[in-house]
Design a protein around this ligand. Structure first.
Ligand code: NAP
Length: 263
């Protein structure tokens, strides 16, 4: 990854942050994109400290066409045209379907699915223009493949099902140009998105509801660390995975392999 130009959306927190820092550690140049501009700038500074020759933090709302386009322009000025792209920004809103506000439902689709489309489109435009190969990784979820036991997950599941289907279609279109498109499917991962509502003490002692559930319900008996998901993403972004395209790489501690039923 040395001197490779990497753009990460949702790079200010959680999985995106871990991927940015793992790429920096391997000597890549980073554009860290997030709606939290301060967090993006902090991660960019940490990336430099971790070994990135260049890094920039940029405010961007991935659901806005002009915002994504501007972020790519600024990223290209700062680090060169990104050729390794992690389309990762996402949100989760849960509600029973009959009570879901259309505005919230659309927002989930706008950020998770349209945001993935816009991030990939702007990246692909620049790669096609410069006839450059590249690697794109999008963040899906087990919700794309199985029902979420917690319920109320229709918008999120629809958005991530869309992302997993999207990478297959995009992979076929761009394989002839040497641009690979894959998804990572993280299981329950210890990030601010997942561990909401727990007190500091509960988090520190592992006594919050989500960790208790993880111990009994996830075959590996725990949540993923963001760095474990990042290791898979860095592999997909790098040439180490040069024969992999159109895939959904599952990193879920065995979650999807397990049926809740005995039969
Ligand atoms: P996270 O810690 O909440 O990080 C997500 C980052 O994306 C936040 O910094 C957030 O900024 C940013 N963001 C939100 N909306 C955005 C937008 N419109 N444009 C640009 N940035 C935006 O969550 P995470 O767990 O790392 O999630 C990353 C991805 O993994 C998401 O796509 C999520 O669906 C997926 N995922 C997570 C898990 C899990 O268990 N954690 C499992 C499977 C899949 P703000 O803080 O300002 O909102």
């Amino acid at each position: 990854m040395r001197n490779e130009r990497v753009l990460v959306t949702g790079g200010g927190s959680g999985i995106g942050r871990a991927v940015a820092l793992a790429c920096a550690h391997r000597g890549a140049k980073l554009a860290v994109v997030d709606t939290d501009a301060e967090a993006a700038a902090d991660v960019a500074s940490s990336a430099i400290a971790a070994g990135a020759p260049r890094a920039v933090g940029l405010w961007c709302d991935v659901s806005s066409e002009s915002s994504v386009s501007k972020a790519y322009d600024r990223a290209s000025e700062a680090i060169g045209v990104p050729s390794r792209i992690f389309a990762n920004a996402g949100i989760e809103v849960n509600a029973q379907l009959h009570e879901f506000e259309p505005e919230s439902w659309r927002r989930v689709l706008d950020v998770n699915l349209v945001g993935t489309f816009l991030t990939c489109r702007e990246g692909l435009r620049r790669l096609v223009e410069t006839a450059s190969p590249g690697s794109i990784v999008c963040t899906s979820s087990p919700s794309a493949f199985v029902g979420f036991a917690g319920g109320g997950n229709s918008a999120y599941a629809a958005s991530k099902g869309g992302v997993s289907a999207f990478v297959r279609a995009a992979a076929l279109d761009y394989a002839p140009l040497g641009i690979r498109v894959n998804a990572v499917v993280p299981g329950a991962t210890d990030t601010p998105m997942l561990v909401t509502g727990a007190t500091e003490e509960e988090r520190a002692t592992g006594r919050d509801q989500i960790r208790i559930a993880a111990r009994t319900q996830i075959p590996l008996g725990r949540l993923a660390r963001a760095a474990e998901i990042a290791a898979a993403v860095v592999w997909l972004l790098s040439d180490e995975s040069s024969y992999v395209t159109g895939s959904n790489l599952v990193c879920d501690g065995g979650l999807m392999a397990k049926s809740a039923n005995t039969f």
